[in-house]
Design a binder for this molecule. Structure first.
Ligand code: ADP
Ligand code: ASP
Ligand code: MG
Length: 403
């Protein structure tokens, strides 16, 4: 018995039948004497559909109005789930982020949770209610609705688990747990029994959308017991946890991110301070830069290539072009048809053979590598977007991750 926070994603609450299946899982946990808070996402493709609707009206809609619109999806599923639970004969109440008091910073569309007021949640739990909360959203200092970025309901769930000091946070989704690769792409991907916070954080940040990366960050910071499992069966899921000792060398998985775009600034002056100037212009606008490649100088010139999120591409190009005078480059080109493929596992730094083996897998599959970046816990390569599936399968096979 304890406090459990459960989160159900879009597919898990897609229709009435699914909502009753979720209601059954929720009430099973409640019947055991637990205090249960449930966080829900919008049903099925609701969020995507709302974005299409907005674009029909105004492709340049403000982020504030987008948040107002997108937040409605979760309100629908929260109230429907409360109705289903009540129909099964159990007490339930749905609350939106205003009613709970989920406070975020003022940024629209990619907001961060600053604090959660426990009062209302605890009051409802004391009354023995099952509390259903709208995921993916909060309220800023202007009392406006904000959203946490796509996939943000996971973060809502973990943040509530932190606020309530919950014993367990279960993320229910449409696959059985965290796999060595996206099981929809790599058919023989293997479910992991457990994964460390750090490895999960890398996988999530590098494109494995099974968990929102900020949810993992929060879970790590507050040592939340986090489990990813399916809402479609009773199989055991994957435990995300702290690992004390890093086992020799364990590759956890391979993942891809198609939301990357490459920018190349060609013919920059080959002198100190150039990279600093370029990247500080971007960081001032909060544009984060990922894989970076700088060429060796020739004829007092050099090139710098780097990746940004596709969503930031236009703004990044505008900034660079506006500063052509100060940066003194010859030209800038870009490509959106690139993707990042990454191999993740703690202890990589001690094993030089890993990178070679990954490059060999890509060579065998005739996939050309544009850029490479490595860290203690991952190796990423930038490749043509059209080769992603092929590359994932080749790397997964090479490292025999199904075993
Ligand atoms: P939800 O709507 O429940 O939040 P998401 O679609 O956001 O679900 O995330 C679950 C999906 O993540 C799975 O259907 C799967 O295709 C994808 N996925 C990508 N990489 C992985 C991975 N390594 N392990 C498991 N699922 C993954
Ligand atoms: N409904 C939101 C989205 O589609 C949040 C989520 O699913 O976590 O991004
Ligand atoms: Mg999700």
């Amino acid at each position: 018995m304890g406090i459990i926070v459960q989160k159900y994603g879009g597919t898990s609450v897609a229709n009435s039948e699914r909502i009753f299946a979720v209601a059954k899982k929720v009430t099973d946990a409640y019947k055991k004497g637990n205090s249960v808070v449930v966080v829900v996402s919008a049903q099925g493709d609701t969020t995507d559909d709302l974005i299409v609707k907005a674009q029909e009206i105004n492709p340049d809609a403000s982020k504030r109005e987008m948040d107002m619109l997108l937040s409605t999806g979760e309100q629908i599923s929260a109230s429907l789930l409360a109705m289903a639970i009540q129909k099964l004969g159990y007490p339930a109440i749905s609350l939106n982020s205003f009613q709970v008091g989920i406070n975020t910073n003022h940024t629209y569309s990619n907001s961060r949770i600053k604090s959660i007021d426990n009062e209302r949640l605890e009051l409802e739990l004391d009354k023995k209610n099952i509390v259903i909360v709208t995921g993916f959203q909060g309220i800023n200092k202007y009392d406006d609705v904000t959203t946490l970025g796509r996939g943000g309901s996971d973060t809502s769930a973990v943040a509530i688990a932190v606020a309530l000091k919950a014993d367990l946070c279960e993320i229910y989704t449409d696959v059985d747990g965290v796999y060595t690769a996206d099981p929809r792409v790599v058919k023989n991907a293997r479910k992991l029994e457990s994964i460390s916070y750090d490895e999960m954080l890398e996988l999530a940040s590098l494109g494995a959308k099974v968990l929102h990366n900020r949810s993992v960050e929060l879970a790590k910071k507050y040592s939340i017991n986090l489990v990813v499992r399916s809402s479609f069966n009773d199989n055991e899921g994957t435990l995300v946890r702290e690992v004390k000792e890093v086992e020799s060398m364990l590759i956890k998985g391979v993942t891809s991110d198609k939301d990357a775009a490459r920018i190349s600034v060609v013919g920059l002056a080959d002198k100190p301070g150039v990279a600093f100037k370029l990247f500080s212009l971007l960081s001032k606008k909060n544009i984060s830069v990922d894989v970076i490649l700088q060429s060796i100088g020739r004829d007092k010139k050099k090139d710098i290539s780097f990746t940004v999120d596709t969503a930031n591409l236009k703004e990044a190009l505008d900034i660079i072009n506006e500063n052509k005078g100060a940066l003194e480059f010859e030209k800038v080109n870009h490509s959106e048809k690139v993707a990042k493929v990454s191999l993740v596992g703690a202890g990589m730094v001690n094993n030089s053979g890993i990178a070679t083996k990954m490059f060999e897998a890509l060579y065998d599959a005739s996939v050309n590598i544009d850029m490479i970046s490595t860290s203690e816990i991952k190796i990423s390569v930038l490749i043509d977007e059209e080769n992603v599936e092929k590359a994932l399968v080749a790397i997964h096979d090479k490292f025999q991750l199904d075993k």
